[in-house]
Design a protein. Structure first.
Length: 306
């Protein structure tokens, strides 16, 4: 398919909008002579006159009228497609559960923006972990899985294994029932960060405690809520170590016991193979891996009392 000279066609559309070569020249930062030559080139291509001169300026001929609307619409579609592609390169769309978003991304968002001002981050939070990847809605996702299934078109990269530590408000350490040993948990409320209460059962078994009912206490459907309750002094919760760095640093939370429960659960970055080398995907991947690793190291130092 042979296309008309596109530069000349673009000049024709602008000249048709203004019905003046002078005003078209000003709009396109060209000379009036250049506008005239482009229009002449297009007229030679079609073998038809596109404008007629009148006392008050230009008028489109029947051939010009037939050409201007589809030409304008074509350039509009091209402009929209170009803008969408440009945004595709600069807009970074990430889906993740609320707690990783609150604990990993938001406290360090200024750092990401300082490192990568060329990208605009769009953060979509959803509680559902096993929702199918949706390329139309986001570029990459952070998901928590216990047994990830390989997908031929997706890359799964483990960024953090689940390591659960007990945390509570500092006031619980020296209250009416001080927390000296794990057995003292029988005097306090267990805060379950998930509806599955198996994690406290496993932690208590690992700590050698049989005097505490692992199913007692209050159950939440997200770690973030359990952490808020812990900060308020309502009880003791188990938390992913890399997600409580800010609370430990500020003193809002403390670690009463250093027993760590490592589970089969892990957080993964998920993104299509064809996007793996996209600069914005690489930038977020590298930044998040570094951020999580730094948070995990900081929580380890806190457990050691540093």
């Amino acid at each position: 398919m042979k296309l008309p000279p596109l530069n000349a066609l673009r000049v024709f559309v602008v000249a048709a909008e203004h019905l003046s070569f002078t005003r078209a020249a000003a709009a396109l930062s060209l000379t009036q002579g250049a506008i005239s030559r482009h229009v002449q080139t297009l007229e030679e291509y079609y073998g038809a006159t596109l404008f007629t001169r009148q006392a008050r300026g230009l008028a489109l001929t029947a051939e010009g009228e037939a050409l201007v609307k589809p030409a304008r619409e074509a350039f509009q579609l091209l402009n929209e497609a170009s803008e969408a592609l440009r945004l595709r390169q600069s807009d970074l769309r990430v889906r993740m559960p609320p707690t990783p978003a609150m604990r990993w991304v938001l406290p360090n968002l200024a750092d990401f923006q300082a490192r990568h001002p060329e990208y605009t981050l769009h953060l979509l939070t959803q509680l559902i972990h096993n929702k199918p990847f949706n390329r139309a809605e986001y570029d990459l996702a952070v998901v928590g899985l216990s047994s990830p299934e390989a997908a031929p078109d997706l890359r799964l990269e483990c960024i953090c294994r689940e390591k659960l530590i007990p945390v509570c408000a500092p006031g619980l350490l020296a209250g009416k029932h001080p927390l000296h040993t794990p057995d003292d948990l029988k005097h306090h409320t267990l805060l379950h960060p998930w509806r599955d209460q198996n994690t406290w059962k496993r932690w208590l078994k690992l700590a050698g405690v049989s005097s505490v009912n692992p199913e007692s206490g209050v159950t939440f459907d997200a770690l973030e809520y359990a952490l808020h309750a812990a900060v308020a002094g309502m009880g003791v919760t188990l938390a992913q170590a890399s997600m409580v760095t800010q609370d430990l640093d500020s003193g809002r939370l403390v670690i009463p016991f250093d027993t760590v429960l490592e589970t089969e659960w892990a957080y993964y970055l998920v993104y299509p193979h064809e996007l793996a080398e996209l600069p914005k995907v690489r930038a977020f991947r590298d930044w998040l891996v570094h951020t999580v690793a730094h948070s995990e190291e900081a929580s380890w130092l806190a457990r050691q009392g540093y």
